[in-house]
Design a protein around this ligand. Sequence first.
Ligand code: AMP
Ligand code: GLY
Length: 425
Amino acid sequence: MNILVVGRGGREHAICKKVSESPLVDQVFAAPGNSGMQNCAKCISIEESDHEALVKFAKENGIELTIIGPEVPLLEGLADRFRAKDLLVFGPNKNAAEIEGSKSFAKYVMNKYDIPTAEYEVFTDFELAKAYVLEKGAPIVIKADGLAAGKGVIVASNTDEAISALQEFLLHNKFGDSSAKVVIEEFLEGEEFSFMALVHGTTIVPLELAQDHKRAFDGDKGPNTGGMGAYSPVPFISEHTKKIAFETILKPITEALIREGRSFTGVLYAGLIDTANGPKVIEFNARFGDPETQVILPRMKSDLVQVLFQLLKGETPYIEWHSDAVLGVVIAANGYPDAYEKGFILPDLGSLSNDSLVFHAGTIMSKDGNLVANGGRILLAAAYGDSLLDAQLRVYKALSKVHWEKIFYRKDIGHKAISHAVLNS
Ligand code: AMP
Ligand code: GLY
């Protein structure tokens, strides 16, 4: 069969690779894909936003399943378009993707159905928002309501910082319409983890856990980013906590979406904090996490395509996992997540590809055949290991052999899990 993957990032590279390994698959197409995918997918030059062309391509090329990677086309109704034409698609309709697209909607549903999350209020007026911050004190969390590429959250350690975020969001329209409304939220303490599940209506198939590293710099310092590295499994989150998160969060949210007339099909991503009072929701996403997918899919032993077909037929697939750990490190352009340079030539990645799994994100092939940087997050290198420490050593060793310029990467991906392992040994 032929499969279409919509998107162009590291997440889509990992999806294409996994899908291409299925014996059920003849050809994987990626729209528009990226220059690292040549071994696993045929890239076609259709933008994620060109819904008509995507539907036409799927019809004309006998696409039996389309997997939509990023949130923006989902929120623009791409999955609805496919379903309207009787094309099989893995990704939620627009009204279900709102669980990611509007933080105030997500909070409303969580509140209504008693799903554990931080206390909050929603504001559009700067003065009222400021008064609320002064009343609650710091630390406090300010979130742009809409999509902001992972950059719309400010964890403020004092009220001045919170108020200046409110100024940027509400008065200076930092993210346009996305920040015309803000959610102000209680600061939660505890370890963070990402819990994704494959969902179709009432069927929920949990994936292995991962932890993302959102801050730009070592020691979890610096601004929030789209993610600087990830690893799986997450040893300090017990099976018991995972079970509680499943029962108190994933199950009720899927049921809530059905009751709200927004039945969900796709990956439901819960960003959670394991607080003293149990796991609580920081955010929901309506798609595979990036970079979590790049470390979770390599651990999946089962055939993802078979799993998705079973799920979409209403069955509950069983997923088998490799016991090996996977740890991945993002190579980002200097300056990211703020202004950064594009267009510089990347070093030869031959040795890196031999020593690790390389998932491209912001790369492009220039006319003269050089691989050049074309985004803030350029690529992710990941390695398997018997333990997370082993995977960490392997990936950093592989990265250290490359002569990098104009980029940076965190040197401490996995630090929490590894110190946890040391403390418990
Ligand atoms: P988000 O984009 O919603 O995932 O938020 C980005 C990051 O901000 C999260 O990964 C957390 O580290 C932090 N964060 C968000 N909400 C809270 C909260 N209520 N309490 C503490 N930290 C938070
Ligand atoms: N890694 C966080 C996200 O995918 O939004």
